[in-house]
Design a protein. Sequence first.
Lengths: 180, 180
Amino acid sequence: MPVRPPADGRRARGERRRRALLAATLRVIEREGVAGVSHRSVAREADLPVSSSTYYYATLDDLLIATLTWSAREMALGFGAVKPTPGSVARFLAEAVGVNRGRTLAEYELYLLAARRPELRPAARRWITLLSSVFGTMEPAAFLGFVAALDGLLIQGLIADFPPTAEQMEPVVSLLMPSR
Amino acid sequence: MPVRPPADGRRARGERRRRALLAATLRVIEREGVAGVSHRSVAREADLPVSSSTYYYATLDDLLIATLTWSAREMALGFGAVKPTPGSVARFLAEAVGVNRGRTLAEYELYLLAARRPELRPAARRWITLLSSVFGTMEPAAFLGFVAALDGLLIQGLIADFPPTAEQMEPVVSLLMPSR
DNA sequence: AAACTAGTGGGACAGGTGTTCAACTAGTTG
DNA sequence: CAACTAGTTGAACACCTGTCCCACTAGTTT
């Protein structure tokens, strides 16, 4: 908490609106993809006038970048709580392509955007660097393969007709993960 | 070659235009992403009037779907010629995120679109089924991990600041690939 | 020759877009 | 109290969009 600014009520409400806009944007992305994001669609989703969207995020790019990096941070937090065992990891993956499908999709929209815009790359890679802090003890080549496989399992899970279950994922994960 | 229709010159030219439109669309996708595709941008790229784009592909969706499935088939053909050795596979991957970066990006735009539109999924999975015909002898779990890792290596290669080289990929690939 | 058909392309329609702006309200500070 | 500042909002700008339509050309068939 900041101490200097003596709690300006206007700014506090402003911050709340900022967050509401980000959340609304994320919902739009989950529902329609990045393509569906416009100042107007976001404002409609947040039930706010259009100009409030442009007030806080002058350009659409600002809004998109802010939303995707925020979403990435949230997702990384979620994975931070996963125990480094094949079962837990498999369960996390199954949830990512199941219950949290929309969020995971948003994450890969970020990947694609990051491929074209270098400034988004650190945010897109946050997930990878997080993994390296959890599984850093692995042998380098094995670790790289492991991380790549996690991404592949997720993205392939997104284009499967029936999202894979934790039970289906587990053998694959434990094969890639040095059991100890 | 069809035998029945006695070679209608008009139709032949039409087919050529169809292809030109697909190629132009792919160039637009490589340059600006799916977001940059419009009947007008494609027509401009192909140096054709807008109405020729809508004549051959009545809706934008038709055009996008045709382009992405066509591109996927081409990419699958490219991989079909790769020998199932770690070195060859690593070289293929390095080229995919290097020289053929644009094409690979298009492939993952297809993935993302397929996640939201079931009718695109078979096209998106062509690559995976092709792999299974080449590496079908592997043990199931190992194979799934291998395929997932290939996807992961590609997509991570796309958001790297410097695209990984075949030399960097090789150890990872050979670890995932039963040497024989 | 006429009849038919595939392709061609210019123009128009209604609607959505990003962004700017000026008038306004309501909190905060001196 | 007045001065200042942050936030709020509707309206307006110029532009791009998908799609349709109609008059037209040029190949093909009878």
